[in-house]
Design a protein around this ligand. Structure first.
Ligand code: HEM
Length: 350
């Protein structure tokens, strides 16, 4: 099939290390629900975590729930639950209209006090999605619980392979419709409000993570001294340089159990104004070039006996596949400072 733009895969390409992709047959819904705990209120966090536990089970419950936390660029502790559904049957809207969802999410109490709440939801057809796992049995993200992944695949480890793995890239170049050219600025009060931010066509989102349990000796040394600090630096660059990088939102998170205890997994979620700008960062920024090169060297030095496992999922979504909602959050949260249109749903405006 003709590629648009043409594939950059070298002729007779043989990847230096193996990689795998999840077998995902239909659309996926990814819903990030977060609490922005500005006052570090243990009660508010506990209440949110209990609600998340309730919503992870029962009628139309998600296939996968994962948990993580980070401190945002304004110093606010944030805890996030990530829900995934892999079905075409619209479980998400039914789940989101369950009484126990509405009782919490729509409560006026959400709009006051020192905690804010947000949800960023993506409904993505599988031809706008790609996944990559360095180990065929990894269970995380949209491929969690699916068993053994497909592979070893051939289309990986050359620049441009991410694009090639997204099936509809063969007919769609995913041209930018919104080019980030202005620093984020407050466009709404945020606090005390319930705001829906309109979406952005061809937004490119990556969730890229590491599973670092059981690292020892040389591998542990290289991970701690070189890889992890470079990822941290690279994510800080994306978070703090939206105009130069095209990255609207970057959150570097540590994973936890349902009740917030740390587990040895970390990842970043970064949203770019186009797939091209995500490609540009990965193939030109010194931090990613360093970690990319060092990971391959390490895998070769250890003759493939590597414990560090890498994975990512990338989606390119149109505005009608997105839903961004912020309740009592600070005005620079998530997509609030960028959205072309904001719909305020606070009681006065309803
Ligand atoms: C320890 C951390 C990381 C390591 C060791 C690492 C290493 C790698 C490697 C080896 C590849 C090639 C994968 C393949 O095609 O087989 C890759 C691709 C890529 N990485 Fe990373 N990475 C890390 C973190 C990240 C993060 C946090 C991001 C962005 C948020 C990121 C963005 C990308 C992108 C966009 C590609 C695909 C490039 C393309 O195919 O055009 N990486 N990375």
């Amino acid at each position: 099939m003709r590629h648009n733009p043409p594939s950059r895969k070298p002729h007779d390409w043989v990847p230096p290390v193996p990689a795998f992709s999840a077998k995902i047959d239909g659309p996926v819904t990814m819903a990030y629900y977060g609490i922005q705990n500005r006052d570090d209120d243990a009660h508010a966090l506990h209440e949110f975590q209990q609600w998340v536990a309730t919503m992870s089970t029962g009628f139309d419950a998600p296939d996968v729930t994962e948990y993580a936390d980070y401190v945002d660029e304004h110093g606010n502790a944030t805890w996030v639950a990530m829900f995934y559904w892999r079905d075409a049957a619209d479980s998400f809207p039914r789940w989101a209209s369950r009484d126990d969802h509405e009782a919490f999410w729509l409560a006026p109490a959400r709009e006051t006090g020192g905690a804010g709440y947000f949800r960023e939801v993506f409904h993505v057809p599988n031809d706008r999605l790609e996944t990559l796992y360095s180990d065929e049995s990894m269970s995380v993200g949209s491929g969690a619980g699916l068993g053994v992944h497909e592979g070893p695949i051939q289309s990986h480890n050359y620049w441009g392979s991410m694009r090639d793995r997204i099936p509809s890239s063969s007919t769609d170049e995913f041209a930018a419709t919104f080019v980030l050219s202005q620093a984020p600025e407050a466009r709404t009060a945020g606090f005390g409000e319930r705001v829906i931010a309109s979406g952005i066509d061809n937004l490119a989102t990556i969730r890229s993570g590491e599973l670092y349990d059981g690292l020892e000796g040389r591998e542990k040394e290289v991970y701690e001294a070189e890889l992890e600090p470079s990822v941290r630096e690279g994510m800080r660059y994306l978070r703090d340089n939206p105009v130069a990088s095209g990255c609207l939102v970057c959150r570097h998170m540590d994973e936890s159990t349902p009740t917030g205890e740390r587990i040895p997994r970390a990842f970043a979620v970064a949203h770019f104004d186009s797939l091209t700008r995500l490609e540009d960062w990965s193939e030109s920024h010194p931090t990613h070039l360093r970690i990319f090169g060092r990971f391959i060297e390490l895998a070769q030095e250890l003759q493939g006996n590597i414990r560090l496992r890498l994975w990512h999922e990338v989606i390119v979504t149109t505005a009608d596949m997105q839903h961004f909602e912020y309740v009592n959050c600070h005005p620079l949260t998530g997509f609030l400072p960028y959205a072309p249109t904001l719909h305020n749903l606070t009681p006065t405006a309803r």
